[in-house]
Design a protein around this ligand. Structure first.
Ligand code: FES
Length: 315
């Protein structure tokens, strides 16, 4: 894995898609094309103080001339969205990473059901654009309190046409996972939005017999587990046999860095996927919000995840 390219991009346009959500178009000041990406990808936006926030790309993956993101102002958030709303006007510059995709469309699926809640519409709009372009079968379920509070609604309507179902609380329509129907072979579900929506989709579908590996979701919030008490453990480096002690008050990533391992990282919160590394044995306490279940048997995020007693790392 290599470190992600960071680019200084110019804000080409900035439009309020709802009173709380700013829709930005970003271009390279000198190059006509940006690095390629696939639907579901996100970029890291670097704040002036060095912190990093992740935003899904919502534009057209086939359009290499620009990236589009949408940022909801979170007054009670960690400060990144307020900075973006106050600063990123047309002509301003933003430091943005090359895209990474932790939430891809399943290449083997025959039908895709997209469920968006609020600002979670962003990766799913890019997916809808890609599915339209490929002629794939899909349906789009959009949940919001009201049409006025649904970010990018006009774009979703234009892209999805009759495949769109809107679930607006103001109209008394609440999304029910049962509306997705039974688990037809080859059908995959992708949910992005508030945690309670994603939990309801997953629980509702699994209860109806959907295989969990066909229900995909995207999280940008770190897992909240205030009751977690970290324990020390040993990390063995497979290539050299070196054993590193990871104390309770340090992350595995910190210990690896101090030992000279140059691992990439970005969020250091378990949400971006940058620091992923392989392991060979050991019982891992996965504390990230990004690694799919299918990869947890031999991959981990050392910025937040730990081991019970010991782990052998593929380094
Ligand atoms: S640095 Fe983001 S998941 Fe580890």
């Amino acid at each position: 894995m290599t470190a992600r390219l960071i680019m200084k991009l110019r804000v080409a346009d900035a439009v309020a898609t709802t009173p709380e959500v700013l829709h930005l178009g970003l271009v390279h000041p000198a190059r006509p094309e940006l690095p390629a990406w696939t639907a579901g990808a996100h970029v890291d936006l670097r704040l002036p103080d060095g912190r990093v926030r992740q935003y899904s790309l919502c534009g057209d993956p086939a359009d290499r001339s620009r990236y589009e993101i949408a940022i909801r102002r979170e007054e009670a958030g960690r400060g990144g969205s307020a900075w973006a709303h106050d600063t990123l006007a047309p002509g301003a510059f933003a430091h943005v990473s090359a895209p990474r995709n932790n939430f891809p469309l399943d290449a083997g699926a025959r039908c895709h059901l997209l469920v968006a809640g609020g600002i979670g519409v962003t990766p799913l709009l890019a997916m809808a654009r890609a599915l339209c372009a490929s002629g794939a079968e899909f349906a789009f379920h959009l949940c919001a309190r009201s049409p006025e509070e649904a970010p990018l609604l006009a774009a979703v309507r234009s892209v999805c046409g009759p495949r769109l179902s809107c679930w607006f609380g103001s109209e008394g329509r609440r999304f029910d996972p049962a509306s997705l129907g039974p688990a037809e072979p080859g059908t995959h579900v992708y949910a992005c939005g508030p945690q309670r929506l994603m939990d309801a989709v997953r629980a509702g579908l699994v209860a109806r017999g959907w295989p969990v590996e066909r229900v995909h979701s995207e999280h940008f919030e770190p897992l909240r587990d205030e009751g977690f008490a970290p324990e020390p453990f040993e990390a063995r480096i497979a290539s050299t046999g070196q054993v590193l002690h990871v104390p309770a008050d340090r992350s595995l990533l910190e210990v690896l860095r101090r030992a000279g391992f140059d691992l990439p990282s970005s969020c250091e919160l378990g949400v971006c996927g940058s620091c992923e590394c392989g392991y060979r044995d050991g019982t891992i306490i996965h504390r990230d919000a990004v690694l799919p279940l299918a990869k947890r048997g031999n991959r981990m995020m050392p910025c937040v995840s730990r081991a019970r007693d010991a782990v052998t790392l593929e380094l």
